[in-house]
Ligand binder design. Sequence first.
Ligand code: SF4
Length: 388
Amino acid sequence: MKRANTRPVRAGSVTIGGGNPIVVQSMCATKTTDLDATTSQARMLHEAGAGLVRIAVDSAKDVEALAEIRARVPQANLVVDLQENYRLVTAVAPHVNKVRYNPGHLYHHEKQKPVRDKVALIAETAVKHDLALRVGVNCGSVDPEMAAKFEGADEPLLDGVSAMVESALEHCRILDDLGFTRYVVSMKDSDPRKVIEGNTRFAAARPDVPLHLGVTEAGMLPDGVIKTRIAFEQLLSRGIGDTLRVSLTLPFAEKWREVEAGKQIIADVEAGRFRSVPVFQDHGLNIISCPSCSRVENEAFVDLAFKVKEMSAYAKDYDITIAVMGCRVNGPGETDDADLGLWCAPNFVNLKKGEHELGAFPYDVVLDRLKAELDAIMEEKKRSLATA
Ligand code: SF4
């Protein structure tokens, strides 16, 4: 399989890019502070073949737990996912091999401090602790300034791609300027078309930088793998992509299926077996759900996502998107693009219709309310079809 001539980036015992085998990754969905659950999930993912295992860290308690998980699973290459609190990088660095930061969340803290200085701290810490970095941009959480700058720059189906690509390129320039080149980049969205377009544009601009491929919130089996395949087969067959993660909503005990799916897609592309339909068929019901991680506000989230899929099956022929998200990090942003969106809080679920908040509902009530809203949208669509 032809591969882009990217530079090699070592992360622990694996090397991403430079023509090395494509590294399959996954992420623990358990609470990081739940030591036994996260240790067994990290071990399970490593044994399933994940070259890198990611863990979410948001607090000092998470950092303590991470140190213990590191000690318990020394064989795995660990990655930490830093979202809003980038300053945790100095605390997590001794326990991991790679750090992912999201440029779209750097503005949350120390608003007066230039982004360059925040990136400099992350890069210096990476050098000191022999770490690799990932600049991980999500279409659903690009920083507001960048989003505003590229408002309307793309055709509707690719809305947000220019801001996503420019955010990634900007951080490459900052890191290069700081003299730090041991990084990879990812540009993710829940729409495979945007993932294809974003990564293709970026690879053309920076063919030297290794890319981490992913379709965020791809959802449950089999839809999640189908959406992911559409993007990965298009990109890998063009030689784009040096590491990847298949984000699936799965019960904790089945998280290994993410690794299995990733390995299968690589093997198929290498063998010239393409299973995806070339163009993303965005007709019919589309369920977007996140793969869950330590930030999930209530572990009932995974069960809720499966119940939403089950309950909404009767609407399969309607062009409706329902998003189910596990927490407030990506929840609000990713649900904006959906017709109906749910994002979890500890004791209730927020329900939105597009960008319009409908309220917060207890977990045992929200499904009925969602069905009522779904019925209303279906009626609206029937009426508009009848009058068209
Ligand atoms: S939406 Fe929240 S719970 Fe879901 S994967 Fe993203 S950060 Fe984790």
